[in-house]
Design a protein around this ligand. Sequence first.
Ligand code: ATP
Length: 235
Amino acid sequence: MLTLENVSLNYGSFKALDGVTLHAKQGELVVLLGANGAGKSSIFLTISGIHRAAGGSIQYDGQQLIGRKPSAIVQAGVVQCPEGRKLFPMMSVQKNLMLGAYVHRRDGEGNRQRLEDVYQLFPILREKKDDPAGSLSGGQQQMVAIGRALMGRPKMLLLDEPSLGLAPLVIKQTFEVIQRINQAGTTVLLAEQNAFAALKIAHRAYVLENGRIVMEGDPESLLHNDEVRRAYIGA
Ligand code: ATP
C-alpha cells in the first residue's frame, strides 16, 4: 500500500534521511522505532509532502507521492497526526476536530457522520466539544489530535509519537485505541520511542538510527533483541 524506496532528505547540508526503504501493507500496523533525532518525524513530513525528498520514491496505492501537495496526499487517504499534537488551544474541541475535515469540506453529511464516529470512539470529547482544546488533559488532547486525523478519512494513518508526555495508564489507553482503529481497517504507521508498548500492538517494525533503517523484523524478535532492549526498553 505504502512503499518508500531509498528516500533521502536534506536540511541544508545535513542529511536527515539516508536511503530509507520501508513499506506498510494494507491493514498492517507498522512501528517505526527511533531515538530523539533519528529521523522519524522527517519520514512522516516527507510522506505527507511537507518536506520534499531529495531522492528516492514514495508510492502509495500505485501513485507517486513525491512532488504532490500535502492536501492532495490527504485526499489520497494518507493522513498524519503530528508529534506534539499541534492543536489550536483557544479553539473548541469540535472546531479542532473539524479542521481535519478541511479537504472534505464540501461533504457536510459525510463530515457529520465522521464526527459522530469520532465521538463514539472518544465519548469524553463529545462531553467537552465546546471547551477550548487547551483546557483538556494531555491524554484528552491526544484524543483530539487522533480524532482530527480521523476526520481526514485516512486509509493510511501516520501517528508521530502519540505517547509523548503521557502518563503510563493514558499511554496504555492510547495504544488500545490505535489498535482498535487499525482493527477497524485503517493501515497504521506508528513512530515511537516507547518500544515496549508499540511492539505489543505492532505487526512489523523497523528501527531507525541517524536517518537509516538499521533493523527490521517481527515484534517478538525485536522485543528479544539485545540491542533493541538496551536502546529502547532499558533492559
Ligand atoms: P524527535 O522525536 O526528537 O522529533 P525524530 O526521530 O522525529 O526525533 P527528526 O525530527 O526527524 O527526528 O529529526 C532528524 C534530524 O534532523 C535531527 O538531527 C534534527 O535536529 C534535524 N532536523 C529536523 N528538522 C530540521 C529542520 N527543519 N532543519 C534542520 N534540521 C532539522
